[in-house]
Design a protein around this ligand. Sequence first.
Ligand code: F0G
Length: 290
Amino acid sequence: MTVTLGEGRTPLLHAPRLSERFGVDIWLKWEGANPTGSFKDRGMSVAVTKAVEEGATGVICASTGNTAASAAAYAARAGIEAIIVVAGGAAASSKLVQVRAVGGRIVEVPGTFSDAYAEAARLAVDGVVLVNSTNEHRIEGQKTAAFEVLEQLGEMPDVLALPYGGGGNTKAYARGFLEKTGELPRFHPTEAERRADTVASAIRIVEPNHLAEVQAVLERSGGSVVTVNDDELVAAWRMLGTEEGLFCEPASAAGIAAVARGVAQPGERVVCVVTGHGLKDPDAIQRLAL
Ligand code: F0G
């Protein structure tokens, strides 16, 4: 039985004002339209379905919040337990509200995302399955976003720009494009300069789990990691809201920040993956809104 909440099939929206501003053809893959408000739902449907097939009694993950909200919702849907490990104070408040609303259990540990991940991996025993993006089923689910981009655009974009946290989503898009076409667009995963305490709380990850795979994707696609500061992220976030009406969380605007940095040549077609909904991080909004 598939554990689903209706994830995927999200809009690919043209961005006419941002396209004009930057002289490139910008499309927004709006992943905030997923059931729990982020792209994580694509892979979580597959990971929880497989966990249940294997007889799991629960799932566990470390998270900056979105994986948590997604894991807890899909676990509830499957009738199994969800344990969420967060680094003290690091996850945005609304994401933890989402976990509690569907009955997930939250464990706080001191330290960083890496400490939370180590603890989650340690607790993943006795029928409790780890559903971080190191779980291959997560990547298999997330690659469907690349299939949709190809269908919706009708061709391969020149550039894919997306936020870079642990690198799981970069790996998933690359797999999806390669499986369908044998080719890749130029990848520009975009990270926050202040990795440990950026305003973009979703990507507060200092040691990406998928570093080697991301490196391989960059070499093969001719792309590069873009590092932007918080002012650039906030400026991109505001532009998406005020010029295109798309309200995302700050991390999700990273692809636009990369475009503003000039990663695309005039006239190139760029897909920016807008990974999560703005309502997920109300504290950021209070601090940053105009
Ligand atoms: N955008 C959002 C909104 C995220 O929540 C994340 C990761 C990313 C981008 C980065 O994706 O890790 O595949 O490179 N959030 C994880 C979490 C860490 O726990 O929710 P990535």
